[in-house]
Write a protein that binds this ligand. Structure first.
Ligand SMILES: *Cc1c(COP(=O)(O)O)cnc(C)c1O
Length: 429
């Protein structure tokens, strides 16, 4: 190892924030020099099998030649140009693809730069739509508990109030209507009481509710809850009945992760507004999009403002759009359903953890595997163990989970599952 290339961990510790981390008591960070395929290489020499796909995004693994080529070809033409008053081929091509692969009602695309921003835009669309219709009373959102929609303020205001510590920002955050989290699990018999309770919330609050926002089928960072499609179908029906728009946040679930290209397909419903991000560029860089219907777009455009009041500096970034086009083509050109089914088979190895103390549930859906404990995990401690086993897994709360790159082979999934078993059995948490 060339000494001059040493990553300055001391500087990092003293000056750089990491996600959800203390500046005085940070948990260790591991210095990474490069990543390829499904391997993350540490400066200290270890090669780690990746179980996280860098937070759902790197579906094709790292450094895929097709994605690298897309970046190189585009950077030769232009890396960025403003989107105000200008358009370009990568944006047009990407939006054509997105309109084609998402539910058919969704015809209008807003390109934004991160998942949270796409949620902000979705919320603005809903509020501006009702204002354009002369309805001024609809200023709240409705959303289930255990949700996660991002860290900017409007997105945070619809996250689970306890997980995202709303109490910290009391008085600053708008107060929305929270309904019970979906309870019946995916694959179980739907409990009709859930539909009944939802209906009561709509009945009571609909006059003030512009939109219902939900992660379809899998509630992700709020608890990895895999819920029954009938819950989502019920929400769709109630939205229609009570004049509430439906925003589906597919930022984590989009692009095949749950076994369908988009998780709304499990329930066979179409949202009025859809947010996508994370795997959109195959994890190469940040990009998100908010799609909506002709009806909402026309409503907004005929309203008082006459325009949608949003426009990020890096909107429609050509580099990100070009790599997103390449990533979508790469995914759709292969038999991705078979690959996800294959990963799901391999993830069944996690069920062995059911025999261990403190394990309360093991569940899988598509290319997601979850082991839930009855106790909060010491992330620093368990990560040190995982690194010693040459795997990269980052649990949160009481959950150890896998969402590997789709290119992972079943042998690697077995290695990841065995490491989780060993971590729990050896009480490395
Ligand atoms: C990650 C995530 C977001 C936020 O996306 P960022 O790119 O981190 O801003 C929003 N919603 C869901 C469901 C997510 O998983």
């Amino acid at each position: 190892m060339n000494k001059k290339q040493t990553i300055d961990l001391d500087f990092d510790r003293q000056h750089i924030w990491h996600p959800y981390t203390s500046m005085t008591q940070p948990i260790p960070v591991y210095p990474v020099t490069h990543a390829n395929h499904n391997l993350i290489h540490l400066e200290t020499g270890e090669q780690l099998i990746d179980g996280m796909a860098s937070w759902w995004s790197a579906i094709h693994g790292y450094g895929h030649p097709v994605l690298k080529n897309a970046v190189i070809e585009q950077v030769d033409k232009m890396s960025h140009v403003m989107f105000g008053g200008i358009t370009h081929q990568p944006a047009v091509e990407l939006c054509k693809k997105l309109v084609a692969i998402t539910p058919s009602k969704l015809q209008k695309v807003f390109l934004a730069d991160s998942g949270s921003v796409s949620v902000e835009v979705a919320i603005k669309m809903a509020l501006q739509y009702w204002l354009s219709q002369g309805v001024t009373s609809k200023q709240k959102l409705m959303t289930p508990l255990k949700g996660y929609h991002g860290d900017t303020f409007a997105a945070m205001s619809v996250c689970d109030p306890i997980n995202s510590m709303h109490s910290l920002y009391q008085g600053f955050l708008p107060e929305h209507v929270f309904v019970p989290a979906p309870k019946t699990q995916f694959g179980q018999q739907f409990d009709k009481l859930e539909a009944h309770h939802l209906a009561q919330y709509f009945e009571e609050h609909h006059q003030h509710v512009a939109a219902f926002i939900i992660e379809p089928i899998v509630q992700n960072a709020g608890g990895m809850n895999f819920y029954h499609p009938e819950y989502l179908r019920t929400v769709r029906e109630l939205c229609d009945r009570y004049g509430v728009l439906l925003i589906c946040d597919e930022i984590a679930t989009g692009f095949g992760r749950t076994g369908k290209l988009f998780a709304v397909e499990h329930a066979d419903i179409e949202p009025d507004i859809l947010c996508i991000g994370k795997a959109l560029t195959g994890g190469m860089m940040t990009l998100s999009a908010t799609l909506t219907t002709d009806k909402i777009a026309i409503g907004i455009s005929e309203g008082e403002a006459g325009v949608l009041m949003h426009g990020p500096t890096f909107m429609g970034n050509p580099l990100a759009c070009a790599v997103a086009c390449a990533s979508i083509d790469l995914l759709l050109e292969q038999d991705w359903q078979a690959q996800i089914a294959h990963l799901n088979d391999a993830l069944q190895a996690l069920h062995r953890c059911n025999d261990l103390e403190h394990v309360v549930d093991v569940r899988t859906l598509g290319a997601i595997g979850v082991v839930e404990l009855d106790t909060v995990i010491d992330v620093a401690k368990i990560q040190a163990f995982f690194v010693s086993k040459n795997v990269w897994i980052r649990p949160f709360g009481k959950l150890i989970y896998l969402m590997p790159p789709y290119i992972s082979c079943s042998g690697d999934i077995t290695t990841l599952a065995n490491a989780i078993y060993a971590a729990i059995a050896g009480k490395h948490y």
